[in-house]
Design a protein. Structure first.
Lengths: 263, 334
């Protein structure tokens, strides 16, 4: 029970940080909104999606997934900063559950994701996004996005605990997540890519997440998923498997790393 | 009863290439203050990190209040307070927020945490700054808040790792006052410092460490006696500093320290006034006029010099004149 309370105290700290530095919340919301508008109006006109309702229908799930993937960097950088300041040492010297700090942070970052996704969704609706999978499926889609973000924040925890400098963390995270989100079906059809990349893009968890969301938001066109491969045929199941796989690997790794962080 | 025991601690970093602790042993009697004194890189922080459960030693044993640090770290965490080299508090949150948060993490409950936070803020003269983010605090205020955070549950044993490093003289004085108050309250304290004066001021006993080992320990008086005799100090004009040093070293048989700014040459001597006379004679023969000479009771600087053969402040960046005219050393913090 006290482990749960400790976790909540840490989560509260995350939220309090947001109220103390509202810029963080503002900029983490503005950036994805900017992406929505840019992609919608810059590429939307020239990409022939063959999608009823236009490119924006395909775009929104792509940007949702990209945004939750990018929050990995925030988790990692925040933790690296705490390490540098010696705050992690203080937490570790307290009689609290060893996983409370990392658990609390992942939960706090998920709450931030809820706000960001809501702001993006509203922006999407304003520029013509119309999910047509029904209320339940749409809600399920957002739940999936949060789940994916949560799984990735554990990767962020591990990266943050492993690195020595918050700026390096930011750059490394960006170097990993940026290609991952673009080597996918998120913004353009994968069919135009070289064969090897196409293969990668199909199995890329970002692609399966995007495809799963598109399915839940009521879209037929999977935007470049070539027929026949398992992930493109079963994006929902593949995505769930990916999420559990990521967590199964990175939760124990992160908790262990945290316990031994100064050894 | 011994409150803190470290036996034969070994800790290496970088796959055994860097030996931080080399069979270090020490102990602290309950209700007393032990100062672990040594230069940067001597192993002070590593020792504190092991005793406060943050780090596991490669070998050796350690216990705090009778509890094995390696086997039962979670029990040790309940009875210790730790305040590190850096002010380990959340910079964005206010002082009040920080203390309430840590109180809750010590499982005091919300109400009790708030009471305790206000009590500590009052006690450390931080009430006025309570609702300001830590990043607006001065260095001294941060350290005080950090110390307050380590006192939330009235720890049985308190570890302070270089509590005044990087503070200006005023901040240091304030911190000393706060620590002396604590000591009066009967806490067992292990304090690391690179300031010899600090150890002298605050500690019942001093353990001098160098290269991961305790090289001497005892009360300040005992350590000073160990060096034997007094310290000879000569001030000359700057062009004579080098020659005077030679003379002083020859007479004392120890290496002399030279303060270029003050043109002061100092060395421990065991023969007291005889040495003084001899130095004056030699200076006279060399045609050097001493501006000031004297015999001083040995300082811990001399203790360190004679124990290790090198001066304590290995990382002195620059010397600065303080308004009062006394010298202080400004040190680089890592």
């Amino acid at each position: 029970m006290s482990a749960f309370q400790d976790t909540m105290v840490i989560t509260q700290r995350q939220l309090r940080l947001l109220t103390r530095v509202p810029e963080v919340l503002i900029f983490s919301t503005i950036q994805p909104i900017m992406f929505v508008l840019l992609f919608r109006y810059v590429f939307g006109g020239s990409i022939d999606s063959g999608q009823p309702g236009g490119y924006v229908q395909l775009l929104m799930p792509g940007i949702f997934v990209q945004t939750v993937a990018f929050t990995l960097a925030g988790t990692a950088a925040g933790l690296a900063e705490d390490m540098k300041k010696g705050l992690i040492d203080r937490f570790r010297s307290l009689p609290i559950s060893q996983s409370a700090l990392v658990l609390g942070r992942t939960l706090g970052d998920s709450l931030l994701n809820i706000v960001v996704l809501a702001a993006m969704g509203i922006t999407g609706l304003l520029v013509g996004w119309r999910p047509s999978g029904g209320l339940l499926n749409t809600a399920l889609g957002f739940l999936f996005l949060l789940g994916f973000g949560y799984a990735l924040s554990w990767v962020g925890i591990f990266v943050g605990l492993s690195a020595k400098d918050a700026r390096v963390v930011q750059n490394v995270s960006f170097l990993v997540t940026f290609p991952l989100t673009f080597l996918s079906n998120a913004f353009a059809p994968t069919t135009g890519m070289p064969r090897a990349l196409q293969y990668f893009a199909e199995w890329n968890p970002v692609s399966t997440m995007v495809a799963a969301c598109r399915e839940l938001f009521g879209l037929e066109n999977q935007f470049g998923a070539t027929a026949g491969s398992f992930p493109s045929e079963n994006p929902l199941i593949t995505s769930i498997l990916y999420m559990f796989l990521i967590m199964a690997i990175f939760i124990p790794l992160s908790v262990r790393k945290y316990k031994n962080v100064s050894n | 009863m011994k409150s803190v025991i470290a036996e034969d601690l070994v800790k290496t970093y970088d796959k055994g290439n860097v030996k931080a602790l080399d069979h270090l042993s020490l102990d602290v009697e309950e209700g007393t203050v032990l100062s672990v004194l040594g230069p940067n890189g001597a192993g002070k922080t590593t020792t504190v990190r092991i005793l406060s459960t943050l780090l596991r030693p490669d070998s050796g044993r350690a216990s705090v209040a009778g509890i094995d640090v390696i086997k039962h770290p979670e029990k040790v965490r309940e009875i210790i307070g730790l305040s590190g080299q850096y002010a380990a508090v959340d910079e964005i949150l206010t002082g009040y927020d920080n203390l309430v948060m840590f109180g809750q993490l010590y499982h005091l409950g919300k109400k009790q945490s708030i009471l305790r936070a206000n009590e500590l803020l009052e006690r450390f003269s931080l009430s006025e700054a309570a609702k300001r983010p830590i990043k607006t605090y001065s260095g001294g205020m941060r350290r005080r808040l950090d110390l307050a955070a380590s006192l939330i549950v009235k720890p049985k044993v308190l570890f302070l790792d270089e509590p005044t490093t990087g503070l200006d003289p005023r901040g240091r004085q304030e911190m000393w006052g706060v620590i002396q108050e604590l000591v009066k309250g009967g806490v067992t304290l292990l304090l690391t410092t690179q300031y010899l004066e600090e150890a002298d001021q605050l500690a019942d006993e001093i353990a001098v460490i160098d290269n991961g080992k305790v090289i001497a320990r005892g009360t300040s008086d005992v350590l000073k006696k160990e060096v034997g005799g007094e310290r000879l100090e000569v001030v000359v004009e700057s062009q004579h500093v080098a020659k005077t040093r030679e003379i002083v070293e020859k007479v004392s048989g120890h290496s002399a320290s030279v303060d270029e700014g003050l043109r002061l040459i100092a060395s421990p001597v065991s023969t007291g006034s005889a040495a003084l006379f001899e130095v004056l004679k030699a200076l006279d023969a060399a045609g050097i006029h001493a501006l000031d000479v004297g015999l001083k009771r040995p300082s811990l600087d001399d203790v360190f010099l004679s124990l290790t053969g090198h001066v304590a402040e290995v990382k002195v960046a620059e010397d600065q004149e303080t308004p009062g005219g006394s010298k202080r050393k400004k040190e680089k913090t890592r």
